[in-house]
Design a protein around this ligand. Structure first.
Ligand SMILES: CC(C)(COP(=O)(O)OP(=O)(O)OC[C@H]1O[C@@H](n2cnc3c(N)ncnc32)[C@H](O)[C@@H]1OP(=O)(O)O)[C@@H](O)C(=O)NCCC(=O)NCCS
Length: 180
């Protein structure tokens, strides 16, 4: 890809994820929890979250080395996606990943939320609710974004209840996959 094209892609995708927009913290949330875009220095903690989540939700043991390269690939190239984190007393306690899907029907981008994880001792305290509200406001402020989607393991009823509670509709689509 020519350099000027690559630079444009990165610039546009940075706008998609609101990098140039400064947001106040979500209003009804614990004011000790801060929400922000992830930085390169968050790599190890985000990898740790992925390993813990795969084990907890799908009983899968991730290869830490592959996962580290997978997370780093996003942190190094925002056209792949963007992590957002919640931090309490300077400790990262939750993260999610946004990736992008082009919608020809809507001539715009749909964000996908992936890799949602809140550390066990912070659950049930509206940390994910705050992270979701933060990301949703970024989407609302960007008129090229048409909506937000996510998929969830059928067995993960807790996460399904949380997503429903926060106003997402899980009845529309079913996900099919073929994975190598
Ligand atoms: C699912 C998960 C992200 C939820 O995070 P959380 O910070 O505990 O959720 P919140 O406290 O923000 O809850 C959001 C809302 O859902 C409700 N809720 C939370 N847990 C619930 C449960 N088990 N059943 C029903 N409602 C629940 C909360 O009351 C809150 O509602 P409110 O807005 O009316 O107050 C967290 O449990 C987690 O990390 N689980 C392990 C990893 C995982 O499953 N990831 C998702 C992969 S798709």
């Amino acid at each position: 890809m020519p350099k000027h094209v690559a630079e444009t892609v990165v610039k546009i995708s940075a706008r998609w994820v609101g990098e140039t927009i400064k947001l106040p913290q979500p209003s009804k949330m614990d004011q000790n929890v801060l929400y922000r875009a992830a930085q390169r220095s968050d790599l190890d903690v985000i990898v740790g979250f992925q390993v813990a989540m795969a084990r907890e939700t799908e009983d899968v043991t991730l290869d830490r080395d592959i996962c580290t390269r997978g997370v780093a690939a996003v942190l190094d190239d925002p056209s792949r996606g963007r992590y957002y984190v919640a931090a309490s007393n300077d400790r990262v306690v939750a993260s999610l990943l946004l990736t992008y899907e082009w919608s020809d029907w809507r001539n715009g981008m749909v964000w996908w939320i992936q890799s949602v994880y809140v550390i066990p001792e912070m659950r049930g305290q509206r940390v994910y609710a705050g992270l979701y509200e933060y990301v949703k406001r970024l989407a609302e402020l960007d008129d090229t974004i048409r909506g937000i989607r996510l998929y969830v393991d059928r067995r993960n009823t807790r996460a399904q209840q949380v997503y429903t509670r926060l106003g997402m509709n899980g009845e529309h689509y079913q996900v099919f996959e073929w994975m190598k």
